[in-house]
Design a protein around this ligand. Structure first.
Ligand code: RB5
Length: 144
């Protein structure tokens, strides 16, 4: 069965989100929690919907807004979410290896489509390293 990815954007990330969905849909099941047009909407509401679904399902999530910053600030308010705002592939790899990132945040007005899709591919295919990093990740949620 294909791995499921939960995705969402506001109007500022709508076009890039659709490119990401097109890019992923042959290999992954992609659930799109909105928005569904370029009409102005509120990124915290989309971040909340995706974060809650990621927490409840253990799936990974992707959030896109104009900068990626509003989405990452909003998503990181939810316990269990480790949302990473990435603008380069090194950060995308490291945040999976060391932080067990479970939501990737991208900015349509910052990162071009080619680089954004590379970031998505690297983030999705890089495993968490565990070991000493597991203890540190557990500290984030107050488990240690
Ligand atoms: C919307 O104009 C913009 O503020 C939003 O997409 C995002 O960049 C917020 O951080």
């Amino acid at each position: 069965m294909a791995e499921k990815i939960i995705i969402g954007s506001d109007h500022g990330g709508y076009k890039l989100k659709n490119e990401i969905i097109k890019h992923l849909q042959s290999e992954y099941e992609v659930e799109d929690l909105g928005c569904y047009s370029e009409e102005s909407c509120d990124y915290p509401m989309i971040a909340k919907a995706v974060s809650q679904k990621v927490i409840g399902s253990n799936c990974k999530g992707i959030l896109v807004c104009g900068t990626g910053i509003g989405m990452s600030i909003s998503a990181n308010r939810f316990k269990g979410i480790r949302a990473s705002h990435c603008t380069d592939t090194f950060s995308a790899r490291m945040t999976r290896l060391h932080n067990d990132s479970n939501i990737l945040c991208l900015g349509e007005r910052i990162t071009g489509i080619g680089l954004a899709l590379d970031i998505v591919d690297i983030w999705l295919s890089t495993p968490f390293e565990g070991e000493r990093h597991k203890r540190r990740v557990d500290m984030i949620d107050g488990k240690v």
